[in-house]
Design a protein around this ligand. Structure first.
Ligand code: KG4
Ligand code: ZN
Length: 340
């Protein structure tokens, strides 16, 4: 029996979770309201909020799991990628706790956590998990990647964005429409009652399996500027159609490269991950394309789409089982190297 405490603090969610073998015992999150009024995450405010939240969040993760600190076998923490000031809070806290309990540390790549969130065993979860090898479409506020996953600890990025992440395009859309931050969930909701064919936005031409989202963001900006010139109330009158059409464009871009990746690799098991995988239209599209093309698909549960420590704990579990531990001089990485 292996019990892992996971700690995640890479961006604006402070989270702690306990996993025993692959079974989730608790997953506590504290989000940060403070950023919504600024239309994006303010790094310094995020670090401060992590400082406030980390002790109560870890305490309640252990308490709600019914696990005493002494029963933990190892402490897994997010080493990167993320905001340096945010990561420092989680990394330093994990080190202090590890020293005081005399337990080993396991450093975790946040992106690997998203990939492996499918393997968390939750007593309430009914769906299965992908088998190796599978292709992961990792879509978040910081990343957009297609990853070939050959084993728990063996994966390679076969395509990724050359500029912005798809989550940034959702957030930018919401910002231009005056919908607040984070924008993805609002755009998703408003798009439900809009016409996805109402407007067209230019799609990027990028080689291979790579993505680009900066052009489509600019295309929305110019589109709105021109239409508002003709009719100052254009946004209010068309908000649902704008959201639906822009969202559709983003999903078309994501799916075109995923289809190509399946063709090139011959792998037809697909796992979705990251914050944008909560998007209802993207989930529907993955289901419909999978049914049409004979793919096996795995959609993460909503609570594991955005940043959470359960995914860090499960990754820590697989690493610890293989004998990986981190030393006390391990430093956070705002960018992650290929070999981590
Ligand atoms: O994985 P995540 O929580 O944090 C990062 O690692 O970046 O992803 C956050 C991103 C934000 O851009 C947010 O707008 C987006 O996920 N997001 C969504 C939805 N829910 C969250 N985007 C589209 N539709 C959603 N329902
Ligand atoms: Zn993330």
């Amino acid at each position: 029996m292996i019990t892992i405490l996971g700690i995640e603090s890479s961006c604006d969610d402070t989270s702690a979770a306990v996993i025993r073998d692959e079974i989730l015992l608790s997953n506590i999150m504290a989000g940060q309201e403070v950023h919504s009024r600024y239309g994006g995450v303010i790094p310094e405010l995020a670090s401060r909020a992590h400082q406030q939240n980390i002790v109560p969040v870890v305490h309640s993760a252990l308490q709600s799991a019914g696990v005493r600190p002494g029963e933990i076998d190892a402490i897994a923490f997010t080493r990167g990628p993320g905001l340096l000031g945010s990561l420092l809070v989680g990394v330093s806290f994990a080190k202090g706790l590890a020293i005081s309990l005399g337990k080993p540390l396991v450093d975790v790549n946040h992106l690997q956590g998203h990939l492996l969130s499918h393997f968390i065993k939750d007593p309430l979860k009914k769906s299965g998990h992908p088998s190796f090898p599978f292709l992961a479409l990792l879509v978040s506020g910081g990343h957009t990647q297609i990853v070939r996953v050959d084993d728990y600890l063996n994966f390679s990025i076969i395509g990724q964005t050359i500029d912005d992440a798809v989550g940034e395009a959702f957030d930018k859309c919401a910002k231009l429409l005056g919908l607040g931050y984070p924008g993805g969930p609002v755009v998703d909701r408003l798009a439900k009652s809009g016409n996805k064919k109402a407007f067209r936005f230019s799609k990027p031409v990028v080689k291979g399996l790579d993505y680009s989202f900066s052009g489509v963001k600019t295309s929305l900006l110019y589109f709105l500027r021109d239409r508002i010139k003709e009719d100052p109330a254009f946004i209010e009158k068309n908000i649902n159609d704008i959201c639906a059409s822009f969202q559709q464009t983003l999903i078309d871009i994501l799916m075109a490269k995923l289809i190509l990746a399946v063709k090139e690799t011959g792998i037809n098991e697909i796992g979705l991950g990251g914050g944008v995988s909560a998007n209802s239209a993207l989930r529907e599209r993955v289901v419909s394309e999978s049914l049409a093309r004979g793919w096996k698909y795995y959609l993460p549960e909503f609570k594991f789409t955005t940043d959470n420590a359960a995914m860090i704990a499960i990754t820590g579990y697989y690493k610890f089982k293989k004998g990986y531990t981190a030393s006390l001089d391990s430093v956070p990485l705002s960018r992650v190297l290929d070999n981590f």
